[in-house]
Design a protein around this ligand. Structure first.
Ligand code: KIV
Length: 300
């Protein structure tokens, strides 16, 4: 029917593919760039899995899937449900689940309870959380208890109400110093990798030079050890806001709109469903042949 490649599926008896692990990614520091992208559903995870190293079940799902204005309304239950879907749809990539706002900030113990639930209920390889110096103790607590942590510094969308919007970080000297200190703190705490979001290029370059774990940039710099992006942004499936750093690789929103417009006009004109879409379609009645005698008669 369709020529679109289908997401790979697991079949009974087929041995599961070895996934990329957080340790594998840490070992990639300074090597071939690490390719990361967000995924929230099983089919999308399946399409993207063969091409990337890491799938992040980002809390951006609140905005791009649920239509929220910020990521703050995402719950642990939502992250777990989407984490499970992405794990089901993928085989190879390292799957990391983003911890939602309010699920880890209060204390290391609270963070451990939330993260352990996410790890146990989704089977993901690790979690991501936002924060620098202020979260270092929590990161250390989690890592020491078996939870691989991807840290996230620079622009931290969960702090949007404190910093006054989605603002590029590190333009001033003091701010740049603070973000660098954040990156060093989370590295020392044991993070296996650090997302650097929305920072000026010189700062992302500096952070990448000084930390020993890979940096993964978004709106940061090609100097980072890898890149991450929100899939819906590059596929043309989210247009409420398009940041400067987004490159559009497809216009799937337009393709969906066109396809549904065609479907609607086919339904209205009764062109769809056609005969080939019917179960047990009745053959059209064959025209009866006129008896040869009468034909002969007509001819005469
Ligand atoms: O939630 C998310 O999608 C993220 C990425 C933008 C890094 O944190």
């Amino acid at each position: 029917m369709s020529t679109v490649p289908q997401p790979p599926r697991r079949h009974g008896g087929t041995p599961a593919m070895q996934r990329v692990s957080p340790r594998d990614l840490t070992a990639r520091k300074g090597g071939e760039p690490i390719v990361c992208i967000t995924a929230y559903t099983a089919p999308m995870a399946g399409f993207m899995d063969p091409h990337v190293d890491l799938l992040l079940v980002g809390d951006t799902l609140g905005m791009v899937i649920y239509g929220m204005n910020t990521t703050l309304g995402v719950t642990l239950e939502m992250s777990i449900a989407h984490g499970q879907a992405v794990m089901r749809g993928s085989q190879k990539a390292c799957v990391i689940v983003d911890m939602p706002f309010g699920s880890y900030q209060a204390s290391p113990v609270d963070a451990f309870k939330s993260c352990a639930r996410v790890m146990a209920e989704t089977g993901c390889a690790g979690i991501k959380l936002e924060g620098g110096v202020e979260m270092a103790r929590t990161i250390e607590y989690l890592v020491q208890r078996g939870i691989p942590v991807m840290a996230h510094v620079g622009l931290k969308p969960q702090s949007v109400n404190v910093v006054g919007g989605f603002r590029v970080q590190g333009r001033g000297k003091e701010e740049a110093k603070a973000v660098l200190a954040d990156a060093k703190a989370v590295e020392n705490a044991g993070a296996f990798s650090i997302v650097v979001e929305g920072t000026v290029e010189s700062l992302a370059r500096k952070i990448t030079e000084v930390v020993k774990v890979p940096t993964v940039g978004i709106g940061a710099s090609p100097a980072c050890d890898g890149q991450i992006i929100v899939a819906e942004d590059i596929l043309g499936l989210y247009s409420a806001f398009t940041p400067k750093f987004v490159k559009r690789y497809a216009e799937l929103g337009v393709a969906v709109s066109n396809a549904v417009e065609n479907y609607a006009s086919d339904v209205r004109a009764r062109r769809y469903p056609a005969r080939e879409h019917l179960y047990g379609a009745v053959e059209p009645a064959k025209k009866k042949k006129a008896p040869s005698r009468s034909r002969a008669k007509v001819r005469t």
